[in-house]
Design a protein around this ligand. Sequence first.
Ligand code: ARG
Ligand code: ZN
Length: 885
Amino acid sequence: MRTEQPKMIVLSEYRLPDYLIEETHLTFELHESYALVHARLVMQRNPGLDDTLPPLRLDGQQLELVDLALDGQQLSAVEYTLTANSLELQPQRAAFELTSTVRIEPQNNTALEGLYKSSGMFCTQCEAEGFRKITYYLDRPDVMSRFTTTIHAEKHSYPVLLSNGNPVASGEEENGRHWVTWEDPFKKPAYLFAIVAGDLWCVEDTFTTMSGREVALRMYVEPENLDKCQHGMDSLKKSMRWDEEKYGREYDLDIFMIVAVNDFNMGAMENKGLNIFNSSCVLAKAETATDAAHQRIESIVAHEYFHNWSGNRVTCRDWFQLSLKEGFTVFRDSQFSADMNSAVVKRIEDVAYLRTHQFAEDAGPMAHPVRPEAYMEISNFYTLTIYEKGAEVVRMLHTLLGEELFRKGSDLYFERHDGQAVTCDDFIAALETVSGSDLTQFKRWYSQAGTPRLAITDSYDAASQTYQLTVKQSCPDTPGQSNKQPFVIPLSMALLNAQGAAMPLQLANESAALTGERVLAVTEAEQTFTFIHVAEQPLPSLLRGFSAPVIMDYDYSRDALVFLLQHDTDGFNRWEAGQQLALQVIEEVVAQIYETDEPMLDTRLAEVFTALLAQDDLDPAMLAEFLALPSTGYIIEQYEHADPLAIHLAREYVSNQLAFALKAPMLERYQALRKVSLETAYVAQAEDFARRRLQNMLLAYLMRTEDLEVMDACLDQFGVADNMTERLAALACLVNSPFVDEAQKALESFAERFADDPLVMDQWFSVQAASLLPGGLERVQHLLHHPDFSIKNPNKVRAVVGAFSTQSTPNFHALDGSGYAFLADKVIELDRLNPQMAARMLSPLTRWQRFDLHQQELMQAQLKRIKNSGELSADLFEVLDKSLP
Ligand code: ARG
Ligand code: ZN
């Protein structure tokens, strides 16, 4: 808990470290009720600075100092100063050795930061500032050191002792204890340090790198999970090959290890040579994990692996530069997933996620630039903006420079800065060097928060065959920032003729036309592009592939949207046209929903869906995306002040109407797909993902008709499916249907079958917590009392509290405020145990400005109640402080 008022850390106050740590020698003595950490730090005055000897201030939290010596001389209590966060002393020479012993209590560490215990094993999470909970240290990423680590533990319970690098020695001790020493040849910041000790089993494989070196690959898991490693291992090998081929990056150690742990705040962590994963982000087999989980695992394994270069070999100077590694690495993993699966579907998924969640963050009280300028608690800045918007920024650079120059730039970046801790400016500088372009204006994407808006208008003059596109950009004020300067916005576009073919594109000052599509560089607040030799009135296809993270307004008629959905030559824009059409239809219903039981529905939506369903040559993956209505969360974001209940009702109404209108062709298609699924063994690959996604999408529509034949089909799919994708989708349909008894039976049989598998039980919890049926609050209260629920396990908290507050719209936003009060209670409870989780779970309440006055007041009341609930962590304090008016 917090003992001092949290301070703002400010980018402009960055100073080089006074001292450096050349070598770090750690010895851990792990015991059941405590651990001792001995550290020997070989230090020196930073040679880049003057030769005075300022006081040395080491970071340290929740450490009990047992022993401290400078150059072998024991220090007495008057020779150093301890505070809750630091240890200060006066070095006597420019080069010296500091040795310390601290005592810590990993078994009582519920914050899951530093060294902690999870299901009988010891593990660590040091990013961003967890290492200071392990020993006194310069816990900042620009202090890079060579680590040697020895772990002592009881052998029977902890036969496996792991750390970064290579094992160099080991031995037995009396009393059934043993030890292992690991040496990491690469200098690294403390946030990449890790140890693991446990009774773990290992799946092994090998990978031969592009220069012919053989790397041992090991996945360490609890014995019952050995059969869930294959997919993760396959994903790892694909990632290693892809990074060689696409970026020329080779792995650099002889061993690469992945460990799965059950209690983990985030997805995974890229510790050098020893990646630690939330078990939900690496363990999978067909019977227990959905297709979505398989795809998520493929991308997270890739993400952590890719960090070995973008993050570890070249790291961040300070935490303001977090997106340097995260934005770039998310961009890299999205390119990888696009190559492994359907590129268009991947883009659609990423954009839907970005626009629903990151745009909401950027419009709320926690809005911050991709490179923030100040923070209180860095853990609060592992955000959608840093990760997802950061990746979009890198993607725009890739679009502007083109594939080849971008690769040259990344090569130069890795070569120039290998072994260094650098800044976002260094990344941009490498791209400037190879391209010869000036990216000064582009860098506003790093410094200005908020989602830019593009307002586009056009006019066609038949007589002169000219077509003009006028683009205006603006960006709303965000906390601490107003009057934004224009961004550089790559606007990918094409002009379609009446047949839907792309027309030649020639700007007034150009001598020849381009065919297909092109990227316009929008750089001014207002800009007009004039195209010549335009033979007929075109229909513009704009922001193709979502070429920039902006909100675009162009006034398409509904007929134009129908046309684009069927004919645009850009797959992403086809989907986008359908989304806009559906959005307009739903918004129309929102306006009528309280007035009438039978709102008017534009029939064009059902008509175009019917046409799409009848089109045999349409890729099932695309069809599934086209049929998916915009999510409730996305629709909410379209309003200045949203009524979540009306939006929910309207979306349900439109879905139901579509289900009845399309029942026959949907049922026919569903049965055909289901037959294929029954006849083929489960394979985790794009084609099969597509089939099951469409099949499940159709089932969900069909279940809305409450037809008994469909219900039987659903029960059958639930009962006999050999994979979790089909089984869970059927269960979700049942749980959201009026067939309460069938749903109850299905839930019981599911729980019985998977009682021993916590990752499957998470899905069981979450499908109920997310249910849209009335009575949601009682349901989640009930789930919290289930013996398998634990507030200390982040996956369980996300499955129940998270699913309820982000997915169960009508229950979370209940008019009496009970949903908000529930979330507030849980946040208060969580903050005592795990501040990072508390701050994260709070985020739905911080979005109050987006809602109607009634909801605003209820949400604010809960924020105030939390604020007055007692002593708060720095994490929660910062979020509350920023989100209360
Ligand atoms: N660097 C990790 C990743 O994105 C995230 C770990 C951050 N953990 C935290 N507790 N803030 O791959
Ligand atoms: Zn990352």
